[in-house]
Design a protein around this ligand. Sequence first.
Ligand SMILES: [Ca+2]
Ligand SMILES: [Ca+2]
Length: 461
Amino acid sequence: MKQPSSDCEKSCKKYWHTYVEVPTSADRYSTMVQMVLTYVVTRLAGLRQSTIRFILPLFLLCSVVPAKAATYYLATNGNDGNPCSQSLRCQSFNRAYQVARSGDTVLVAGGNYSQQNIVRNANITGSNSQIPDGNEVTFKPETGTVNVSGLGISTTRGTPAEHIAFEGLTFTGFTVISSGNDVHFTRCTFRALFMALWANYYSVRNSDIGSHNEADGLDLYGNVDGVQPTNGLIENNIIHDISTTDPLAHPDALATYGVNNLTVRGNKFYKNACINYRGDGADRGTIVIENNTFGQTVSYAGGISCGPSAQIHGDGALIRYNTIEGSVQQVGSGEGDGQLWEGNIITGNVGYGQCPVGSGTIAQYNVWNSNNPTNCGGAANVGLANLTSMFVTISPTGSTGSDLHLVAGAAAIDRGNPSRYPSTDLDGKTRPIGGGPDAGAVEFGTTAKPDPPTNLSVVTN
Ligand SMILES: [Ca+2]
Ligand SMILES: [Ca+2]
């Protein structure tokens, strides 16, 4: 919730002798109005008529200003019969969410929390946003580590929980947005599957995902009742060590099936057993995959070895400025039509040493293995026999995978599309540096070349 405007606060406080921040938000607004009314009524007898004329418009002005955002508290030994105050804490996430209003914060004391299920609170309102914009109820640790052994958002279709943000929590069991609008995770840790089903406007950013066995890292799955997870953003995460020791398990680091509008940007995938990115032909809308590094997939003893680093089959997907250590698999026959592959580094084969096969798909300005054609419907690609010397280190099984930053003299430097590139790279540096944008996720060099001055003139004394 917005705070009272400073003007209102300054001018009103003189008259609101009893103005305080009301801790229970459910009745905050009506309580505040009640307090002002009581004050006005009790003072009227002693006021001159001119003062009344002054106070009443002021009251009308101030009474429509929302109350200050509130903070609520959870603890593992709290009680949901409490008002979720600092001294009388609640225990469940849902209880805090039902008590809270848009813009409020829930501080969660460190400890282990059992499965949490959050359901709709129709009093939490506002517009949807792609990243948190302040209208959410935000859960964050108060002290120490908060482990949540499972999280479900609105299991009932058609009644989504809305406007929720999680910051810095650790999820040790499945996290499932069954039905939710404007739901965001920032700087969280996921040690089990994250799944979005009927989600709309959702994001996972700056988080650590993986270090678990058999299950996928993120599943963005639509086509449940014909509804797709829509408007997703997966950004600046590390997605790693998703392993399997089961020859029948097929854990994908990020799997999509019928998403609508998805951006996957600036993530680092490494040490994953199967496919880093498995996109489906049912994906629709604007699909943007950029500035990611996809490490080579890794075999775990006894487990399946999938081979390709990425499979991206959605029609119209834009796949640009990624560094892909390994091969890219294409399916064709009606899938992956109209894609644009631009400015990527791909160390292995595309398809089976072919151009991407979707109808109308163009691949250009990529730096890739010389097994692949140099022209795939666009400007020339660069084919090299050995690309690995371009990188700082190739170590697919190392603790943090390969370091896919470019070294001086790498063939990918300045080989992107000079007229079209992301404004920044994986590290957040402004592109381009040097003579043009580099292919791959990371621009080589440390500083942008300054523009030459245009307004110099000779001054003579
Ligand atoms: Ca929002
Ligand atoms: Ca450059």
